[in-house]
Every structure is written in C-alpha cells, then in structure tokens.
Design a binder for this molecule. Structure first.
Ligand code: SAH
Length: 354
C-alpha cells in the first residue's frame, strides 16, 4: 500500500486527491492512519471555499408511500407496519411559510416514489411555492421519474434535485435492491437532471451491507464523472422491519473519513452533515461539520408525520416543532465553531477572496 504524504498545504491535498490512484484511495479509506491529516485539511479547504458558513435546508417529508422495495429502507413498499401519509398542497405550503419565517431559503421536498403525485399535481405544488417564494431554491428528492417529468418540474420552478446513487458498483447495487431496479437507470436519471439544468446531488450509503473499500472507490469515481453540485452521504442504519434488520450499520469514523475525502476531492461541493450521522452519535453532525460538511437539513415536516417517515430505526428530530429543530441546529452549528447563514446557498466555484 502506498504511503501518503501530500505535505502541509491543504490545496496540495486537493490537487493530489483530484488525481489520486485507486491504490491511494484504498490507503486513505482502509486505515485510520491518515484521519488526522484528512480531517485537518478538509476543514481548512471548506474554510477556503465557504468560510465558516453553514447553509440550512428545510426538509419537508411530504409522502412516505413508495412503489420501490429497497432492502435497506424503512418505507419500502413491503413494510406493512408503516402508517402511510401524504401531505396536501396546502400542508406543504404551510411548512414553507413556517420555514421562510424561520430563515429558510431552500425547501427540500422529499418523499417515496409515490405515483399518486402526478406530474400535474407536483407541478402545481412547485409553481405555487415558486410564486410565493421567488427568492428561494426549491429542491426535489422524489426518486426516479421520466425525463419529461423532470423537465416539467424544472419548468414549474424547481432548481435542484437530490438523487443519491446509493452505490456505484453494479453488483453491489443489485444486492441492495430488487431486480426491477437498476444502477444504470438511476445514473441515467442523474445525467438527465443535469442536462435539464438542475443543480444535482448524488451520494451513497456508508457501511451498507456487503460494502467494502472497492465499492467506496467506485462511488468516488462515479462522482468524479458526474461532477455534482451536492453530495449526500450518511451511515447505513438498519431498520427493524426490513430484510437488513440484522446487519450492522455504518460507523461514525468511516462516515467522517468519507466526508473529509469528499471535501478534498470536491472542494466546492455542498456537503450535508446528515440526520443519519446525528442518529448514530449525539455529536455526529457537529463532527461532520468539522471535517468538511457545510450544510444541515433541519426538519420542517408537520410534527404529526415525522415519526412515520422512518427510513431507519431511532431517527432523531422526530419530536420537535420546526422552530425548535431550527434553533437546536443553530446552536449545534455555533458550538462547533461555524455560522448558520440565511441564504439560498448555491455552490461556490471560487475560493473566497479575503
Ligand atoms: N425516494 C427518494 C428519497 C429516498 S429517502 C429517492 O429515491 O431518492 C432519502 C435517502 O435516505 C436515500 O437516498 C437513502 O440513501 C437514505 N436511506 C434510506 N434507508 C436508509 C437507512 N436504512 N439508513 C440510512 N439511510 C437510509
């Protein structure tokens, strides 16, 4: 295994990682030896591009119906224990209004693949939000839809789309999903979204069943090919009512290591410290921020439905009101040494000039 030393200059780490060989990536991923250096340089690089700014995105989990049956996911269609719900346009709009008053300038509409929301219904929801909040970003996270559907939603006013690829290794993808789903299709959705003009977010599960360093290297290579604006990663956490209930979850340290590597490989990227990371460790999100993450996504969903959007066991932030969620996260961000900004929060391609 190569021994890694890219020197003391953080931008030298960025340059080295953008050309890193597979062997170098394996070395960084497989041993804790480089963690201290990775973490230090990742934080330095996030400060070069984003200072201490942390963007907040208001997450609205608007439906937990899903036609898919991903083996890891708590709201998969075969989970008969889920109390299914759908939010109406009026309910979604109320979430946005509450969120706007709390300083949110990005709304993320996330849900299972719920075909009850036709293109027409979704476009009405999106265009109404667009009319009411012209200075906000509308992010969608609705899974795989047709190119035409993506195009209509973009035209209705959506600007960003989050679609984690989950794993970029084909054989691994097939072990995490039933046979009617395919990595090729998911990837093609990501390229279509980009082509249409969305700011696109991809990402993967850390520590999902059967994952090794090989799959993680594939994830990094795929991201280099896609060049997304956002990268969402979080530890896999087993859900008791799924086929993977007895697999162990992804670890804190591996998730932090991957966050740091991502910050160095994609210095400009928008990188959330996710709820899943906060679920496996009480300080998970703060630690994520300290190793390169620059986005947090507090929950804006109505309190009554939060527990029902249970992707994995023991999900945090299901009890509080939106305002509590917002201020709790703000305190955590400040305590970690960063600052929440009320800003639409687009990706920055250039370094800050100071
Ligand atoms: N239907 C949308 C949204 C999926 S939920 C879509 O397909 O993109 C958002 C993310 O939650 C998923 O992309 C997945 O990476 C994550 N997730 C699902 N189950 C999980 C689990 N058990 N542990 C951790 N993350 C999980």
């Amino acid at each position: 295994m190569p021994s890694i030393d890219y020197g003391t200059d953080s931008m030298a780490w960025v340059r080295a990682l953008s050309h890193a060989s597979d062997a170098e990536l394996y070395a960084l991923i497989q041993t804790p030896m480089y963690d201290a250096m990775l973490f230090r340089h990742a934080d330095a690089v996030r400060r070069i591009y984003y200072g201490t700014d942390v963007y907040i995105r208001g997450l609205i989990e608007f439906t937990n119906y899903c036609r898919n049956d991903c083996y890891y996911c708590g709201i998969r269609r075969s989970n008969g224990m889920v109390h299914r719900y759908r939010l109406t346009k009026a309910e979604i709009l109320t979430c946005c209004k509450d969120g706007y008053a709390l300083g949110f300038r990005t709304f993320v509409l996330q849900g299972g693949e719920d075909m009850a929301y036709t293109d027409k219904t979704l476009c009405e929801i999106v265009s109404t939000i667009r009319e009411h909040f012209p200075n906000c970003a509308i992010t969608l996270s609705l899974g795989e839809r047709t190119r035409e559907s993506y195009r209509l939603l973009y035209r209705a006013g959506a600007n960003r789309y989050l679609l984690r690829h989950e794993t970029a290794d084909d054989a691994h993808y097939r072990r995490l999903h039933p046979k009617e789903m395919s990595l090729a299709h998911r990837k093609s959705c990501l390229f279509q979204l980009k082509e249409i003009g969305y700011q696109v977010g991809a990402g993967f599960l850390v520590g999902s069943p059967f994952q090794t360093a090989k799959e993680l290297v594939s994830d990094l290579r795929f991201l280099q090919q896609l060049q997304p604006d956002m990268i969402g990663i979080g530890p896999f956490i087993p859900h008791s009512n799924t086929p993977f209930w007895d697999y162990s979850g992804g670890s804190l340290i591996l998730t932090l290591r991957m966050l740091a590597i991502l910050r160095l490989m994609f210095p400009y990227v928008l990188l959330p410290a996710t709820t899943a990371l906060g679920t496996i460790h009480p300080q998970g999100r703060e630690l994520g921020l300290k190793v390169g993450a620059n986005v947090v996504m507090p929950n804006l969903s109505p309190t009554g439905v939060r527990r029902k959007y249970e992707l994995y066991d023991n999900k945090i932030c299901t009890g509080e009101e939106s305002a509590q969620c917002r201020s709790c996260l703000e305190q955590r961000v400040e305590a970690a040494g960063y600052h929440v900004v009320t800003d639409v929060g687009d990706m920055r391609r250039r370094k800050l000039t100071k």
